[in-house]
Design a protein around this ligand. Structure first.
Ligand code: NAD
Length: 491
């Protein structure tokens, strides 16, 4: 059967690894095993091999792009109502299969099932949001002067887009690109991360069942240097919407620099600060401040670009905050086992490397420690790193500058507001920030000076899809969501 949902269910019964297939022109393409090298995909929680992912070569990528180009003229001329109907159908089908997607996202990425359910719900919302958005959007029309001349702006669908996503929130981030792309009449070739390709494979069946016209959305699998590079650099691709690491963003910008007309949106890494002011720890807000700071640090194993991995606390409440924070993390995350496994053995080694550095530099492990090296046996029992809280970190340490992207947080002090802002902004990145304070004037005063695309005050990760999303500095360029006028893509 071509139905990926059935294959996924069969794996859950038998444990036989699944061979993923590209979805091009409305059909699954059987991969010629002699020509296509396969990449192994392992379950982070157990180390078990569960899928073999084709590493699509450039000529097959090119064929998928041609398909998207061919489908573009007809799709771009469909009415908004028609496209809205397709998107609504996709969101309904996802809803019907919510639990299967959540189980798989948890198996593939290592996240907890509870976390996976939240992300599947957000993926469903991505399609339902844009299905209605396009029906109610006002088109721009303006009188410029009193001379009876009407000038107006007309926006047309631009073409075929490359949509590339990372491994931390696979389904949610990929659908956050696919839904608006299709809604505004563009077609796409999408590529999920080679580390977590499963939910995109399942999604292909949803597109198939929703009877989207062939070629409108194509999914190809493979790694960055082979498949991703071929996809972004093709002259037939009108624009690239990319989410991933900053170094990859730089590579994509280089690869497309000579293609002047190509639209490139880059959502990149972060090293986000959480500022805790003394007034946030008043009796009635104490628990909330700690809860927000802890979830910003450890949700999804710290593998969210928006995670607050540098906590700065006002000196006068530092000891009180630290004690409360460590106690809360111990209870809510360590004992209740609400932190999943990190995504891969390579990522485990990376995070472990930073914890070894912390030990060498003499930082204090308030919680956690250096995990064992991943030998064969450990590899077979999964990639687990305990939530780790570090203090006494050297001010110039890489622990404060590099994106570790794991369940690791540093806690440092600041004296006053000025120092808090200086420390928060002392980063090459500028994606997000959390501000914990009860002082209304400070919320705006500090919030507006933080060099971050998004600032949460007394909260974290609440997403309103109409709010523009994106970073400053090395965290990227372009905005997703928000009003169309604010997005960099001409949809
Ligand atoms: P990555 O950059 O290694 O990979 C992301 C995607 O790019 C993958 O699909 C990969 O195959 C592809 N890719 C790699 N090299 C490529 C190339 N040369 N050309 C085209 N595609 C290429 O990132 P990752 O390790 O999968 O994800 C983690 C990173 O993503 C972190 O830095 C995190 O902060 C960032 N991230 C950012 C956001 C955001 O919205 N700003 C959201 C989630 C994750």
């Amino acid at each position: 059967s071509c139905d990926t949902l059935e294959k996924a269910a069969a794996y859950l019964r038998s444990g036989t690894p699944i061979h993923l297939q590209n979805y091009v022109s409305g059909a699954f393409i059987s991969s010629d095993k002699t020509l296509v090298p396969f990449l192994d995909s392992f379950e982070p929680k157990t180390g078990a091999l569960f899928a073999r992912v084709p590493c699509t070569q450039s000529r097959h990528v090119e064929a998928a792009i041609r398909t998207a180009r061919d489908a573009f003229p007809a799709w771009s001329k469909t009415t908004r109502a028609v496209r809205s109907g397709y998107l609504r159908r996709v969101s309904e089908l996802l809803q019907e299969n919510r639990e299967l997607f959540a189980v798989w996202e948890s198996i593939d990425q290592g996240k907890t099932l509870e976390r996976a359910r939240i992300e599947v719900d957000r993926a469903i919302a991505n399609f339902s949001y844009f299905s209605t958005y396009i029906l109610h959007e006002q088109t721009a029309a303006r009188m410029i002067d009193g001379g009876g001349v009407l000038t107006y702006e007309h926006r047309s669908p631009a073409g075929a887009f490359a949509l590339i996503s990372p491994w931390n929130m696979p389904l949610y981030l990929l659908t956050w690109k696919i839904a608006p792309c299709l809604a505004f009449g563009c077609t796409a070739v999408a590529k999920p991360s080679e580390v977590t390709s499963m939910s995109a494979f399942l999604l292909a069946t949803i597109f198939h069942r929703a009877e989207l016209p062939p070629g409108v959305i194509n999914l190809v699998f493979g790694d960055g240097p082979t498949t991703g590079a071929a996809l972004v650099s093709s002259p037939l691709i009108t624009g690239v919407s990319f989410t991933g690491g900053t170094q990859t963003g730089i590579a994509i910008r280089r690869a497309t620099a000579h293609q002047i007309g190509k639209h490139v949106s880059l959502e990149l890494g972060g090293k986000n600060p959480t500022l805790v002011f003394a007034d946030a720890l008043r009796q009635d807000t104490n628990e909330r401040a700690i809860r927000v700071a802890a979830s910003a640090a450890f949700e999804n194993q710290g593998e969210i670009c928006l995670c607050g991995s540098r906590i700065y606390v006002e000196e006068s409440v530092y000891a009180e905050f630290l004690a409360g924070f460590v106690k809360f993390v111990q209870e809510a995350y360590v004992l209740r086992k609400t932190v999943g496994a990190v995504v891969s053995s390579a990522h485990y080694a990376k995070v472990r490397g930073y914890l070894t550095l912390a030990e060498q530099e003499g930082a204090t492990f308030e919680l956690g420690g250096v995990p064992p090296e991943l030998d064969q046996q450990a590899r077979e029992s999964g990639y687990w790193i305990a939530p780790t809280v570090l203090t006494n970190v050297k001010p110039d340490s890489a622990l404060l500058t590099d994106e570790i992207f794991g369940p690791v947080v540093t806690i440092s002090k600041f004296k006053d507001e000025e120092e808090a802002m200086r420390l928060a902004n002392d980063s090459e990145y500028g994606l997000a920030a959390v501000l914990l304070t009860a002082d209304g004037a400070r919320m705006r005063r500090v919030g507006e000076q933080l060099e971050a695309g998004m600032v949460w005050v007394n909260g974290w990760l609440q997403r309103e899809l109409g709010t523009p999303f994106g970073g400053m500095k090395a965290s990227g360029t372009g905005r997703e969501g928000g009003s169309i006028r604010e997005t960099c893509l001409p949809w």
